[in-house]
Each structure stands twice: as structure tokens, then as C-alpha cells.
Design a protein around this ligand. Sequence first.
Ligand code: PAF
Length: 282
Amino acid sequence: MKEFARKQREENRIVGLVPTMGALHAGHLSLIKRARQQCSSVVASIFVNPTQFSPSEDFSKYPRNLPADTEKLESAGVHCLFLPEAKEIYPQGYSTYITVEGLSERLEGRLRPGHFRGVSTVVMKLLQIVQPQFAYFGRKDAQQATIISRMAKDLNLDSEIVVCAIQREPDGLAMSSRNVYLNVTDRQAATVLHRALQAAQLLLQNGIRDASSLQAAMHRVLKEESRAKVDYAEIVDAQTFEPLTHINRTAYVLIAAKFGETRLLDNMLVDFSDTGQLTAEL
Ligand code: PAF
């Protein structure tokens, strides 16, 4: 891979990296499409990263389907598929980890200790190996994308982190590799996440800015679905992930809930134009 990266630099190619853990869906393919628009050489990596799973999580059960993934990547026009082995990424004696402090301890970080340390470490390594000018991440995992952007800035990385829109199923469910775990009943129930965000969106569009009203509206909708075991429905500053009481700057409205054994995330990005006009993007 290092050789490939060197050749790309020599040929003055613009390299884009789409890091994945496989089990590819239309969300991943939208990242590749975006990368192809900006870059002359698109690398996709598939690596189910052991260090971002806690002992109680689904590392061994994480969906793996290399033949189907390879076919999808080929038809999406990826120029290079990078499939590192665990011993290449974490050779014997490996002992260097990256922690983005503060940001990594909140919300998902509090519920999944060590998760973001594993994510930032593997992404840093992939960026070092592939040396892309651009690297693409989905906004569905908003905290992950924010942590990676922070890391790239803090460590003066040459790669620009591009955060891409959430891709949704026709009924609003955010695309995720974990959706395949849902049984039919939970798959239907999971649409409540999108509906809860829509309730908050409606209030925002009607000028309501206080977080407690938005949270109450989301919880009202979430309560209608008894199968949803809600971890949080929070409104946070989009840079720091500190809770906001009033939305007066770029913010995320975030939901995490479990359906059966499957934990799903969804969010809405609230932004302001130069004229102060608010947009709430699902
Ligand atoms: O979002 C994912 O699939 C993973 O967390 C990532 C960014 C590929 C790192 O392993």
C-alpha cells in the first residue's frame, strides 16, 4: 500500500480514502461517489477494527461479506481496495493509541468506553499508510466524524476530512451495517428514530430553540414505540459535543436507542446561514 501511495504522489494524483469495516450499503457507496467527484484515485479500505469493539460487543459477529463488498466497490469505480490484516495494523508489541480528549468521553464514548480511542487510532494509521488528500466519513456517526476532524486538525494532518450526508431508506431509517441484525418487527420499530427527529425539526422550523422543548418532543414520539430502549436524545454543540440548552450555533440533535440487541444511532444537523437562517438537515 505504501508503494501505491508513493506512486500516486509521483503521478500527482489526488487520492481519496473511504475507510470502512465492510458490510457495505448505499451509505458507503455515496461516500465513494463523493470521493470520485473530488479525486483521481479512490481507495476504499475494509478492516473490521478489533480495538474499537469492547469485550461485550459484536466484533466476531460483525457482518462480513467480502465477495459482495468487492463487487459493490468495483461497480462503484474504486481504484484500489485496501484489505489490511490485523497483524499489519497491530503488529506484536503494538502500543501507540490516539485519544481525542473530551469529545471522546461524551455520549457514545461514555456508553462505549475505549471505542473512540480504537477509531481514532485506526483512522490515523489508515491515513498514514494511504496518505490521501481527502478522507470521507458519514454524518450518521456524527461524533466519530467530529472526533476524526478534530484529530486531523490537532495533529496537522495533510488529509482533509469530508463529512457526507446521511443516506436513508425510503421510510427514513438511516442506513447502517447494523440494520441487517434487525428482525422484521424491530426494523419497523426503528423508523421511530427518524420520526422523533422530524418532530424536533418541525419545532425548529417553527422558531423553537430551547433544547428541553425539542427533547420533550422527541421523547413523546419515542415513547410511542415500546420496542425502542432509548440511551439518549440530546442536543449538543457540533464542535465540542457539550450539551446546549438553547440552539444558537451549529448543533447536532442526536438519538441512540436499542431495538432488541441492535443499537442504532441517528441525528439531525442544525446550522445557520450567514443571514442567520436556520437549516435542520436529517
Ligand atoms: O465507521 C466505521 O465504519 C469505522 O468506525 C471506521 C471509521 C472505518 C474505523 O474503523
